[in-house]
Design a protein around this ligand. Structure first.
Ligand code: GRF
Length: 195
């Protein structure tokens, strides 16, 4: 079976991207990271990807202003040019329209730093601490038009410890993110996840 061609979409440091690249180096991994796309020219993850010999593209959202569809058409063109099969959102900080999401139905994953459906949106670690939850974690899910929704592929929890700071909790969750994103991509690439 040929390996699926994956694009990782980032906006920042790309530590989840790095975890996916590392996993895909295993000879029996069913996917290869063929492309990294950033909407920010200064995203730290771009140089990491380049250092790994992976193709990178910048599609800056700023020239498109409020025209999300035109921005997404530019991304779509890049994905098609690289013959991408699966898209992984990894800290990609742009809201996607239903039109783009539907094009990638069942073939686009996102990672969210909380145990969905709890704490959708931003500042998940601060909100988890404020809520006093004892368990927090991370979720990889298929992307649907509603933000931070969609069928859950892999989810893993971490304990919230008394006196945790936001940074301590974030670091514990991030370690779990780096485990579960490669697991979820493997399942999807092998056709073992059917919602
Ligand atoms: C991660 O916490 C991810 O869950 C969230 O954005 C952050 C991206 O971090 N969606 P990185 O760029 O992968 O290091």
């Amino acid at each position: 079976m040929s390996r699926k061609r994956v694009a990782v979409l980032i906006s920042g440091r790309g530590s989840n991207m790095t975890a996916l690249i590392a996993a895909a180096k295993q000879p029996d991994y069913p996917a290869e990271i063929s492309l990294v796309v950033s909407n920010r020219p200064d995203a730290g993850g771009l140089s990491v990807a380049q250092g790994e010999g992976i193709a990178t593209e910048v599609v800056d959202h700023k020239p498109f202003g409020k025209d999300r569809a035109a921005f997404e058409d530019a991304i779509q063109a890049v994905l098609e040019r690289h013959r991408i099969d699966i898209v992984c959102l990894a800290g990609f900080m742009r809201v996607l329209t239903a039109g783009f999401v539907d094009r990638w139905h069942g073939r686009m994953l996102n990672i969210h730093p909380a145990l969905l459906p709890a704490f959708k949106g931003l500042d998940t670690h601060r909100r988890a601490l404020e809520a006093g939850v004892k368990e927090h974690g991370a979720t990889v899910h298929l992307v649907v038009p509603d933000m931070d929704s969609g069928p859950i592929v892999v989810q893993r929890s971490v304990a919230v410890r008394p006196g945790d700071t936001e940074a301590e909790l974030a670091a514990r969750v991030l370690a779990v993110e780096h485990q579960i994103y490669p697991e979820a991509l493997k399942m999807l690439a092998e056709g073992r996840f059917t919602p």
